[in-house]
Design a binder for this molecule. Structure first.
Ligand SMILES: *[C@@H]1O[C@H](CO)[C@@H](O)[C@H](O)[C@H]1NC(C)=O
Ligand SMILES: *[C@@H]1O[C@H](CO)[C@@H](O)[C@H](O)[C@H]1NC(C)=O
Length: 343
């Protein structure tokens, strides 16, 4: 009992100690609609005590833009963060994402990963002869040269090349957020935002699991021990209150130890045991829960009933109880061994 309490308390302290190390502050940068919260953190003087993973560190510039620095790939503005899907949506501060994507490279240790990679052929074509309906990459084009990108590999051997005086500048695997969506011959999607997913590092994941396990154990354990402690205290105070009334002629009758001592195993075993069926019906003045552990009865559980008062309990609960206290926990009737032999 005391051990259980001690264990619960130390568990609680331990888990709250771990919880304190993470930052659970929620910030907003500028006019952005998304929150900046765990695992992300906003670099600011009041968040100095937070020890989140520095990869998730965001800055807020004086124009109210949230900035993510991706080591190896540079700075990006953050458009949105989806905490449920663990996705962050980024755009280029200079408004030319395709140029950034061509050189985009993340170290394998990065916590961020592109959703998909897709191969694109980059072409430069003469601007004045080019079909105006082709999607060109505006920020990589001027009045003489236009840049286009295609995920259609057959483009290299097509008529287009000679007809518009195009040349191939290279084939690059680009990080994209769509898998095989239908695109035109020339992609107009590369100007869309870059979407990356994140995976929490093992230690934060382990901490999270640890916290969940700790909390799911500690709260029921604490409640159980609290209920039991209260019950035992209540019982003891009741017994203590009852004692003076047994005094006869001014001489207090010292209660003999046997009065509060428990029953022996063979006596307990002689009480009727019932295995509950699907209906979980229990005979006598009983309700759906075991008064000792306060848990509901389930089919196939074994209950034991005290023959005197017909109060029933989980067999394992009442057995332990009767070994310590020889009375019914509900009505405190004292089962008489004589009666038992005939029950
Ligand atoms: C934020 O929004 C308000 C009103 O919509 C606007 O007046 C203000 O300039 C915006 N601030 C920034 C930093 O964009
Ligand atoms: C257009 O861009 C190409 C290569 O980027 C460059 O060589 C050329 O001078 C540019 N032309 C104009 C008119 O800016």
């Amino acid at each position: 009992m005391d051990n259980l309490l001690l264990l619960s308390v130390s568990f609680l302290l331990f888990s709250s100690f771990y919880a304190k190390n993470d930052c659970h502050e929620v910030s907003i940068c500028g006019n952005n609609s998304f929150e900046i919260r765990y695992p992300f953190g906003l670099e600011s003087p009041q968040n100095q005590h937070c020890t989140y993973n520095p990869s998730f560190n965001l800055k807020c510039n004086n124009q109210g833009k949230a900035i993510l620095n991706l080591p190896g790939a540079g700075y990006f503005y953050v458009r949105d963060i989806n905490y449920l899907k663990q996705q962050i949506q980024l755009y280029d501060p200079y408004d030319c994402l395709p140029k950034r994507l061509i050189k985009f490279q993340l170290p394998s240790s990065s916590v961020f990963k592109p959703v998909y990679y897709r191969d694109y052929i980059f072409l430069t074509c003469s601007t004045d002869t080019l079909n105006p309906y082709f999607s060109v990459i505006g920020c990589m084009s001027n009045s003489t040269i236009s840049t286009l990108a295609s995920s259609y590999m057959g483009i290299v051997s097509s008529e287009i090349m000679s007809f518009y005086s195009c040349s191939v500048t290279g084939t690059v695997s680009l990080p994209v957020s769509w898998s095989s969506k239908e695109e035109g011959v020339f992609s107009s999607e590369l100007n869309n935002d870059l979407v990356l997913t994140w995976h929490e590092t093992d230690s934060t994941e382990a901490k999270k699991i640890f916290r969940i396990v700790a909390l799911s154990l500690v709260i029921p354990a604490l409640m159980c021990s609290l209920v039991l402690t209260c019950y035992i205290c209540y019982k003891q105070s009741q017994e203590a209150a009852a004692l003076p009334s047994t005094s006869v002629g001014g001489a207090a009758v010292v209660p003999r130890p046997e009065m509060i001592s428990g029953l022996d195993d063979s006596t307990i075993e002689s009480y009727a045991k019932v295995v509950l069926g699907e209906s979980r019906r229990i005979p006598g003045p009983n309700h759906g829960i075991c008064p000792i552990c306060l848990a509901e009865y389930h089919p196939k559980e074994t209950v034991r009933c005290i023959p005197e008062c017909e109060h029933c309990f989980h067999a394992e609960c009442i057995d332990e109880w009767l070994k310590i206290k020889g009375t019914c926990p509900v009505c405190r009737s004292n089962p008489s061994p004589v009666h038992l032999n005939f029950s």
